[in-house]
Design a protein around this ligand. Structure first.
Ligand SMILES: [Fe+2]
Ligand SMILES: [Fe+2]
Length: 294
């Protein structure tokens, strides 16, 4: 009897592991697809939104399961934009043609519809559905208000606005080949974005309690300002990929030969990323030496 129980436990554990690994792989595939529509950003929009949303949630004491869902929702929040024409990706809503605007207004719902059929993604789909709602009901697509908006959607709304305001590439630079862009330094990275950074922070600060959840704004501003100060204290190094250490920051975007963004400027380097970088460098997908901030 005990043996049968042990066998059952093993089988259940095995199935649970397999399910978790399938889900993980599915998320990776989906977020790679999302990154195709992110070429008009400095770095990765969805990775930034996921990472910073998680930091805010941890600071606010959100539970682990909710944080996990928030992370995936952050990675996939704009999945409904996949297939957009480029013009709809770089224009601000006010500048869009009626067709582009209709497409844009539907991206939250499309994202939710894509994920809804899969049970583990249902709550994530609902967060995605709500990521453009605003506290006062002026958001879209359903004009939800206050407590009718999920806490996770309120966090993504702040981080998403900020990243769009600061890191969407200015229109004139869209077609500039990477080799012509001035080489990065800690000071130049900060300088290039300083005025957009200040304007964006002032805006969310002013709109706290009106459009955005006050506590979320306070915590986010604290995180982002602390990060900026520490970035300013770092120096730029060109290092062989096998000399890169955890905690350093990418000073440039790096793409594979087939155009997939694998390292995003400003992103903190994790141990998993180091392993991936070594593999990509060995396969000549990225240079053997890359620019980092330490
Ligand atoms: Fe969006
Ligand atoms: Fe977004």
């Amino acid at each position: 009897m005990e043996d049968t129980n042990n066998e059952n436990d093993k089988l259940i554990n095995h199935l649970a592991e397999e399910l978790a690994s399938n889900m993980h792989q599915t998320i990776q595939v989906l977020s790679t697809i999302v990154s195709i529509s992110e070429k008009l950003y400095e770095g990765s929009h969805s990775r930034f939104v996921a990472e910073k949303s998680v930091q805010v949630a941890e600071e606010l004491g959100m539970n682990e399961d909710d944080i996990y869902e928030l992370k995936i929702a952050g990675l996939l929040h704009d999945i409904g934009k996949v297939g957009f024409v480029d013009s709809a990706l770089y224009k601000y809503p006010k500048e869009m043609s009626p067709f582009e605007y209709t497409q844009y207004m539907k991206h939250c719902e499309v994202g939710m519809q894509l994920l809804k059929p899969y049970k583990p993604f249902q709550k994530i789909g609902e967060i995605i559905y709500q990521h453009h709602e605003k506290l006062d009901g002026t958001g879209f697509p359903r004009n939800l208000q206050g407590n009718n908006i999920l806490p996770s959607a309120k966090i993504i709304a702040v981080v998403d606005f900020f990243h769009n305001a600061v890191y969407k590439k200015p229109r004139t630079k869209v077609n500039t080949p990477a080799s012509l862009v001035k080489s990065a330094s800690a000071a130049s990275i900060i300088e290039q974005t300083q005025s957009r950074f200040n304007t964006a922070l002032n805006y969310i600060f002013k709109k706290a309690g009106i459009l955005y959840e006050k506590k979320v704004v306070e915590v986010f501003i604290e995180i982002i300002q602390a990060e900026r100060i520490s970035l300013g204290q770092k120096s730029v190094l060109r290092l062989p990929v096998n000399k890169i250490e955890e905690g350093m920051v990418f000073a440039e975007d790096y793409y594979t030969n087939y155009g997939m963004l694998i390292a995003a400027k400003g992103e903190k380097i994790s141990s998993d990323m180091i392993k991936a970088l070594v593999r990509f460098a060995e396969n000549d997908q990225i240079p053997m030496k890359i620019l980092v901030l330490k």
